[in-house]
Design a protein around this ligand. Structure first.
Ligand code: CO8
Length: 372
């Protein structure tokens, strides 16, 4: 069977934080921290924290604002992370709640219902609990049959999930799949670190995949998928189930939130991704001139400009490589799917495009699609 993407959906959280709002709260936190630690700073035992700036954030990343599930906690200089209410075990978790909103749009676009789905993959950078799988809760709420599982490949979770679903459809073991990416990055971002406090935002995306013969309307043929990984410590989060067993494990430790060496990531990932895309295209018989659009991972504008130039062999024209990071920031696995969902409607039958994600792991995933 030929796998096809028949629907996508984006759930955008209700609250936004502009760079100016973020920096104001961060700088207030810096003042509090430096005042509280004045003696130790004066004695050279603790390093004073430095202010952030909106100019730096925009210039370094291209980000102007981000959406979040709850902003008051993040902008409270005495707290610096969101408030989420404790839910009972009998109500859907917060990841399931936002996943369902993205799924509804994607299913409506495909013209099918949750009960038609026989595979749910919840692919995201973090799961809110160890078990039962978030995907199985989504499966229940959708009224879907078949089976469901969670997977985590950080920023590449969506494309790796699409490859898994497309392969199962191709093999005939699954008929209709939904890959859903609820990314509550605000829960694991270190909002107290100026090097990264501006990077992430919350969102959920969903992608419906079916046999092409089942597609009810406009759709995208999945021509080919390719995933690759290469171990690196340059993006890391040490939080995990062994935490309480380790000395100082339960302390407020910097390494229990997102950490990265951004410069190294930039330098190492750009050539890795460019080479991956070029090889994937060559092996699929797609040349740069065939490619109408690239929906790239949304981490950094300069990074995307560089990859676009390398793959196309020239400066990308306006709209060839749409960015959404100015509005959403980095939404981990969801970024390339938001770009695809919001900037693909105008493409014509036979047009070829490429969805590509990259990030922690390192990991890179590419999906070559053709408008049908
Ligand atoms: N305000 C003012 N100055 C600042 C700030 C700030 N906020 N932050 C840093 N500076 C200073 C630095 O201290 C430095 O000063 P100095 O030169 O004196 O040392 C100077 O500004 C320059 O800093 P950088 O070298 O860090 O700046 P860059 O130009 O490299 O930009 C970026 C930083 C934006 C981080 C850039 O390196 C980048 O985008 N790199 C790629 C990152 C990337 O793609 N990462 C992917 C990670 S995402 C992923 O895979 C998902 C992980 C799982 C999800 C986790 C969700 C929370």
């Amino acid at each position: 069977y030929t796998p096809a993407i028949t629907g996508t959906g984006v759930f955008t959280p209700p609250e936004t934080i502009t760079n100016d709002e973020l920096v104001k709260a961060f700088n207030a936190y810096v003042d509090l921290y430096n005042a509280e630690n004045a003696e130790a700073i004066a004695a050279g035992e603790v390093e004073a924290k430095e202010y952030s700036s909106s100019e730096f954030i925009f210039k370094a990343s291209g980000i102007e604002q981000r959406y979040v599930m709850e902003k008051d906690g993040i902008l409270d200089p005495t707290r610096m992370y969101p408030h989420f209410r404790q839910r009972s075990d009998d109500e859907p978790g917060i990841m399931t709640e936002i996943a369902l909103k993205a799924c509804k749009t994607a299913l409506d676009q495909a013209g099918i219902g949750g009960e038609d789905i026989d595979l749910v993959i919840c692919a995201a950078s973090n799961m809110e609990r160890a078990y039962p799988a978030v995907a199985i809760e989504i499966q229940k709420e959708l009224g879907a049959g078949g089976f469901a599982f969670d997977m985590n490949v950080a920023c590449s979770s969506a494309t790796f999930g699409i490859q898994a679903a497309a392969d199962m459809i191709r093999a005939g073991s699954v008929r209709r799949a939904i890959v859903v990416n609820p990314e509550i990055t605000s829960g694991h971002l270190e909002w107290r670190d100026r090097d990264c406090h501006f990077i992430f935002g919350d969102v959920a995306t969903a992608t419906v995949l079916e046999r092409e013969e089942d597609a009810k309307g406009d759709h995208w043929i999945v021509r080919s998928t390719r995933c690759a990984t290469q171990f690196s410590n340059n993006i890391r989060n040490n939080n995990g189930f062994l935490r309480r067993n380790r000395p100082d494990g339960m302390k407020d430790r910097r390494d229990m939130q997102f950490m990265q060496n951004g410069r190294k990531v930039f330098k190492e990932v750009v050539p890795m991704v460019s080479a991956h895309i070029q090889q994937h295209m060559a092996d699929t018989g797609v040349v740069a001139g065939d490619l109408r659009r690239m929906w790239l991972h949304q981490a950094n504008k300069a990074m995307n400009d560089f990859i676009g130039r390398k793959v196309l062999g020239r400066d990308p024209e306006a709209g060839e490589q749409p960015n959404i990071l100015q509005d959403y920031a980095n939404t981990s696995s969801a970024g390339s799917i938001i770009a695809f969902s919001k900037h693909s409607e105008d493409m014509q039958k036979g047009d070829i495009g490429l969805i590509c994600s990259f990030g922690a792991g390192y990991s890179v995933g590419s999906v070559i699609v053709e408008r049908a």
